[in-house]
Design a protein around this ligand. Structure first.
Ligand code: NAP
Length: 293
């Protein structure tokens, strides 16, 4: 029998994921708060629902790809009661470890299976079905999720059965991503301030042991000023807070990530929330006191 999947949230990531689910011949329903962002998915064969409750009714799998805990909480207050008992809720938005625990409890209280499944990869991998899923949830639902995960991901890392472990790994990996992009911005800004063409920095690391495709892509975006969002800076700023929260719980040293977080907060305050996270370079570009921040 064809698996029925409801995708709640068809923003940058959810739209790509829903498109691949529909192309994989799964029975797909989509819902988005702003309906205009869901409608193009009808061309791929998805049914566009008028409400989250309508989208999830009778679905085997419900995939949430919404901005933060507040959004998921609000949407699932309507959707959870409409879900079939025993259906699986795959929660893929980046919401944090504590939020994941709270949502898993809500699912359990309603007889819904919960899988913590944040993803690595941005707009293009979402559109190409090449995300990496960091999954944590009960072994008994894994086989039912196979066709769903196969359609959206290049691979799935099952971290374990404990909800929150997917997010723990996601925050570990995102600490790396937000720091890498901020470090690239720092070198690009410094090169320009020292009177060099910043492209020389990217050329210098190219192909060497310290190179990374992500640093090259984001570095080019910073230099060229093409800041159309693959990963909106607002989301990166949110994630730095979630990482700091997890660090606090774990007793980890936070001053490095606090400095990184302050850079994203500065760029957010300067109006770059809807731009790509490469816009963190704006935090370096204002003039600074000699010897100061
Ligand atoms: P996005 O394009 O900004 O989409 C955000 C989604 O959340 C939209 O569907 C938006 O609906 C919805 N939303 C926000 N507040 C809501 C509310 N109060 N009620 C209902 N819906 C609400 O962002 P995205 O990049 O797809 O990110 C989605 C999630 O994936 C985030 O948690 C993000 O951190 C995570 N993520 C992103 C990337 C990436 O590279 N972009 C990678 C991995 C994980 P509207 O369209 O109506 O505003």
């Amino acid at each position: 029998m064809t698996t029925t999947v409801a995708v709640l949230g068809t923003g940058i990531m959810g739209a790509g994921m829903a498109g691949n689910l529909a192309n994989a011949d799964l029975d797909v329903r989509v819902w988005n708060r702003n309906r205009d962002r869901a409608e193009p998915l009808a061309d791929a064969g998805a049914a566009v629902a008028d409400s989250a409750a309508e989208a999830v009714a009778g679905a085997d799998v419900v995939l949430t790809m919404l901005f933060d805990e507040a959004a998921v909480s609000e949407v699932m207050a309507e959707a959870l009661p409409a879900m079939t008992r025993g259906a699986v809720w795959v929660q893929s938005g980046t919401l944090g470890v504590e939020a994941t625990g709270r949502l898993a409890e809500r699912a359990a209280a309603t007889g819904i299976e919960f899988v913590d499944a944040p993803v690595m990869g941005t707009k293009q991998p979402a559109e190409e079905g090449k995300l990496i899923i960091l999954a944590a949830g009960p072994d008994r639902v894994r086989s039912a999720l196979e066709p769903v995960f196969e359609a959206i991901a290049a691979r799935t890392i099952w971290v374990g059965e404990r909800p929150g472990d997917g997010h723990r790994l996601k925050l570990v990996a995102n600490a790396w991503v937000v720091s890498l992009v901020a470090a690239a911005a720092q070198s690009i800004d410094l090169a320009a301030r020292l009177g060099l063409d910043p492209q020389l920095f990217l050329d210098t690391i190219a192909g060497g042991a310290s190179d990374s495709p992500y640093a090259q892509a984001k570095g080019r975006a910073m230099i060229g000023g093409n800041l159309a969002a693959s990963f909106p800076l607002e989301g990166a700023a949110k994630d730095t807070q979630l990482i700091l929260e997890a660090m606090g719980q774990a007793g980890a040293r936070q001053d490095f990530l606090q400095a990184v977080s302050a850079l994203y907060a500065d760029a957010l305050a300067a109006g770059h929330g809807g731009d790509d996270l490469a816009a963190v370079v704006a935090a370096f570009r204002r003039d600074h006191e000699p010897g100061g921040r």
